[in-house]
Design a protein around this ligand. Sequence first.
Ligand SMILES: [Zn+2]
Length: 351
Amino acid sequence: MKNVMFILDGFAYEYVENDAFAELKDFLQFIIPMKPSAGWSSKPVLFTGNGPRTNDLFTQYWLSENSQFKWLKINRRIWLPPMFSAFFTGFFRKLLSYKILPNTRIPLNALQYFDVSDGYVNALKIKQPVGLEKEELKIVYTKIVDRAGHLYGTQSTETCTAIEKVSEIIRTTLNVGNFDNLFVVGDHGMCDIKKKIDIVPALDSTGLKFGKDLLYFIDSTMIRFWFVSEHSKEVVTEVLEGFKKFGKIIGTKDAKELDINFGHKRYGELVFWLNDGVVFKPSFYHRWTFTGARKNEGMHGYLGDRTVFAVASKRGLQFKRAKEAEMTSFYPTVMETLGKEYKCEGKSLLR
Ligand SMILES: [Zn+2]
């Protein structure tokens, strides 16, 4: 049996309307928008059918008492300069065989409190859908659409070219017909950046001290807080009130729906999530190039994000009717299509 899975990084659902991709629709029995799982969690969700909570994975960094960077006891805020950051991280990774180091711009005073989350480290080890052997499923992974989207935005010629290239590869496989089941899936979408906001001055103006009163981690599309001193939560909530047209505090109900109601606070005690198209600048993920600030027109990790899930199969499959798919339904659908045993939280979309 020949089975192929195309994993398209950063493939927003709207890209299916691109002429080159739209041509593939005649071959695909099933094509549906899929809601990506929250934060950085998509890979294990796609490969296990279990949500962020079970994989204990929300974001790349979490709070860690035993951080590999604990020795960095710096109190002043120092943003890692771009080239130093790259050198520092590459050098120490080799020298001390640290788990993973940031190729990011985490300020040195913040780095000592955080570490790469276990969920993220574990996710890196999962290379295949659980329960499938390498020869049972060929995986083709491509990042070109994600890259073009980040750098030039969703409407750019660069993104269009990337979608065409990807579509061409898929079409060749479909034309040759040398497969039994073919899956096309994205790990998340892409959104054009419309607004960049800086929350750091507002937090500084409260007089709260990083490390002493509070901790925060600024991901591009969210900021996560931990409160040390008693009144800090109240003060921060007030600051966030001033930012409410740019995003929202994730409440208990939201957290449950997003499956990020972890039994611990390592991913944050309070999460403020930005609206689609808004990013924090600076954030701890702001990347630079040799020539200065990297071009950055697109971002993902929003609540309105949608990607694609499509199937072409030589078996007569019947799919359930649905407006959109949860990401946890991908794995069980694949396993059922291949006639394999599986166990997971997600529900198959096959009838
Ligand atoms: Zn990306």
